[in-house]
Write a protein that binds this ligand. Structure first.
Ligand code: DGL
Length: 280
């Protein structure tokens, strides 16, 4: 698949180019909207790989291959930065994309900014992580955080029903409350000081998780931490966009009604959605 990435990206990146963002579905919209709240002039080329959703139960090799094709598509759209707005793709494909795109465009993942925030903020004790099977089985949060801060113990459990549930629009209701409670009632999450939402779909159920813990612990949103990292990167490299930007563009590998609805909720004024199958 390496030839997909061999697209020659000769032009230097410029501030008025869009930010490329991708996820398996609507999850990455939480990252894009956090970025837009912090930097209202930025615009996006967003790719939701709805044909392969959910990523959480797919093999690392398949996710790496899909991520490479998506990155190549985004490069073709002349983005100034690629944000892997998916914890599962960040777990399996960040290192290979970063390597393949070296000298072409910067790649920011969702895991490093979140792990670094936690390792710095919490001096010792237990931190919980929830995410897809792929993210949790990779043990990436455990390895990253415990390496950065040896006094922290990271305990994690996969919560595989949550991303499909959210993708289908089931949140803030009794069904979602019951599922969330049964996942978080586990021994793994006793005596934790904070819980990481290790899937970019989960900010949509953050309020429900906050209510469950009644504010006793911090509920950490990987989308928020990633948006902060994007801002730091754009500022440090003089790549912040000015006013009068063009419209956001949204692409999906398969049309889904929930994606269409979500883009309109998140990006009211400028949601144009196109189907783009990169694997035909
Ligand atoms: N939103 C993604 C993540 O952060 C993936 C969810 C899925 O497709 O399983 O992990």
């Amino acid at each position: 698949m390496a030839f997909f990435i061999s697209y020659i990206y000769t032009q230097e990146v410029k501030a008025n180019q869009a930010i490329g963002v991708f996820d398996s579905g609507i999850g990455g919209l939480t990252v894009a909207s956090s970025i837009q709240r912090k930097m209202p002039h930025e615009r996006f080329v967003y790719f939701g790989d709805t044909a392969h959703l959910p990523y959480g139960d797919k093999s690392p090799a398949a996710i790496r291959a899909w991520s490479k094709s998506i990155a190549d598509f985004l490069l073709g759209k002349k983005v100034k930065l690629i944000v892997i707005a998916c914890n599962t793709a960040s777990s399996h494909a960040y290192a290979s994309l970063k390597n393949l795109l070296k000298g072409k465009v910067e790649v920011i993942d969702v895991i490093n900014p979140t792990a670094e925030y936690v390792a710095k903020k919490y001096t010792k004790g237990r931190i919980g992580v929830i995410g897809t099977k792929g993210t949790i089985q990779s043990r990436i949060y455990v390895k990253r955080i415990e390496k950065l801060n040896k006094k922290l113990k990271v305990t994690s459990n996969a919560t595989p029903l949550l991303a499909p549930m959210i993708e289908e629009g089931y949140f803030n209701n009794n069904i979602s409350k019951t599922i969330i409670k049964s996942y978080l009632d586990k021994k793994t999450f006793q005596n934790i000081q904070a819980i990481i939402l290790g899937c970019t779909h989960y900010p949509l159920i953050k309020r429900e998780i906050d209510e469950l813990y009644q504010g006793r612990i911090e509920v950490i949103d990987s989308a928020e931490k990633t948006a902060e990292r994007v801002k730091e990167y754009l500022e440090a490299n003089s790549l912040l966009a000015g006013a009068n930007q063009k419209k956001n563009q949204f692409f999906v590998s398969d049309y889904t009604e929930s994606f269409d609805k979500s883009t309109k909720i998140f990006f009211k004024r400028s949601a144009s959605l196109k189907k783009m199958n990169l694997w035909r």
